[in-house]
Design a protein around this ligand. Structure first.
Ligand code: FES
Ligand SMILES: [Fe+2]
Length: 452
């Protein structure tokens, strides 16, 4: 049998034309926005943690990615020992309220529906709450009349004895504690930026609606450098909230814990040169100066753009050079990082390299005491192949796992032994002094137990 060369060639082309789009589709779907969700979620800490500062400091906390809350969307979220409902009004704005209905405790976040542009309706008996004010209203579009009710409570909840005023014929166990009052749920300040929704928390009632600082919006910077979001890693850690952001100012641990690139290759290692300073340091620019003119210019641009009179008090700056080292001898410079730690739970890392530009956006949300959700988002130059940004994110996850192994098992150590003549210890000392401002007025808040 004779098969012509033409026939073979045309068949090969047919196969290539069919397979190529399929492979590209799989590649595009998998790596375009690469999500790494830690497969084994750790449970609440079981080991002793030592004496610790409060578990929920004051500040902005990440709640949800914007793309996961479409107009009319409703979510029940637990963070910082609080249960809240987050919903997006039909006006596109997000709202955060305490989750439980004042009537009989229905959960607004589970089955609640968005009504009249920016209100949420309880799934149990249909009471409606204004997302802006938290007031319970009779609502008909713009027309909102606050609902007025009487409030009763058990005279003695624990032992259920009758009210002292009731007589033996009409035994009364409930007593009226308020009459004809407006009902209001607790509202939380929220912001939507960098593709995420954040809620403000402060222990002091007066500051509950007056955020002390604003988060940095990096959208301009992303557009200016022709970058795009390429994915995120989601991890869960058992440790005190402070231990995770503190890692950036723990300059000594980088060369000790993070030198390995791949465990199987021992002759190629990372070399780190870190430094950390409070943004209020008047000599910050001199201390953080970089020998490479382009890296230096980028760093100074970031300082000019993001450090303002209003926010410097709440920012700690880190600077990190990373090189790759062969046989402990030959070095190639990889990148320099300028990092802004703003408040107790948000970190922006701007990487400058002769080869690429990359930004990492870290958020930390305490789910409960000693149980943290850590999300790292990666934003890279648009020209970067998808597989490479995914590989970089996984490289970062590898380094995070090295830290997590330590965090999951360590105690906090409230007594500190520092030699402040040593630069690494000086950074830690300064960091803990800086971070302590976010605990002002906080008290330990245990998650409410609803177990029977
Ligand atoms: S519990 Fe919400 S309306 Fe009754
Ligand atoms: Fe680390």
């Amino acid at each position: 049998m004779i098969i012509s060369v033409d026939l073979i060639t045309s068949n090969i082309w047919t196969v290539i034309l069919i397979i190529t789009p399929i492979l590209y589709f799989i590649y595009y779907r998998k790596f375009r926005i690469f999500i790494y969700d830690q497969p084994k979620k750790v449970t609440k800490g079981k080991i002793s943690r030592g004496k610790c500062p409060p578990s929920y400091p004051n500040g902005w906390f990440w709640l949800i990615d914007s793309c996961n809350l479409t107009p009319g969307g409703v979510r029940f979220i637990n963070h910082c020992g609080r249960d809240v409902v987050v919903f997006r009004g039909h006006n596109g704005k997000p709202y955060v309220l305490e989750a439980y209905c004042a009537h009989m405790g229905g959960n607004l976040g589970v089955g609640g529906r968005v009504r009249d542009i920016n209100c949420i309706e309880c799934p149990f008996h249909g009471w409606v709450y204004d997302g802006e004010t938290g007031t319970c209203v009779f609502s008909d579009g713009e027309n909102r009349i606050p609902r007025r009710v009487d409030t009763f409570e058990y005279a003695d909840l624990e032992r259920c004895t009758p009210c002292s005023s009731s007589n033996s014929k009409s035994m009364e166990y409930l007593q009226k504690v308020a009459e004809n009052q407006e009902i209001k749920l607790k509202t939380y300040e929220c912001r939507e930026l960098n593709g995420s929704i954040f809620a403000w928390y402060h222990a002091d009632e007066i500051l509950r609606h007056k955020p002390l600082y604003e988060l940095i919006d990096i959208q301009d910077e992303i557009t200016r450098n022709t970058m795009e979001v390429r994915g995120e890693s989601i991890n869960y850690v058992n440790c005190h909230v402070q231990e995770i952001p503190e890692n950036g100012s723990d300059v000594r641990h980088f060369d000790f814990l993070h030198e390995s690139i791949l465990d199987s290759i021992s002759f190629v290692k990372f070399k780190w040169t870190p430094s950390a300073e409070r943004a209020t340091n008047p000599n910050l620019r001199q201390i953080m100066a970089h020998s490479n003119p382009s890296a230096h210019a980028y760093k100074m641009h970031l300082f000019d753009k993001f450090l303002t009179e209003d926010n410097v008090r709440y920012i700690n700056v880190i600077c990190l050079d990373c090189s790759i080292r062969f046989f402990n001898k030959y070095e190639i410079f990889l990148f320099n990082t300028t990092g802004f730690q703003i408040g107790p739970s948000i970190v922006y890392l701007f990487l400058w390299s002769p080869y690429f530009k990359l930004t990492l956006f870290h958020t930390l949300t305490p789910l409960e005491k000693f149980h943290q959700r850590v999300v790292h988002r990666i934003i890279t130059s648009t020209w970067m192949p998808y597989w490479l940004s995914a590989a970089m994110l996984m490289g970062e996850v590898k380094q995070l796992y090295a830290d997590m192994k330590i965090w999951n098992k360590k105690i906090f150590t409230e007594k500190l032994n520092y030699n402040t003549k040593n630069y690494a210890d000086k950074c830690l000392h300064s960091y803990r002094n800086w971070y302590a401002q976010f605990y002002e007025g906080c008290y330990e808040r245990e998650a409410k137990s609803l177990s029977w």
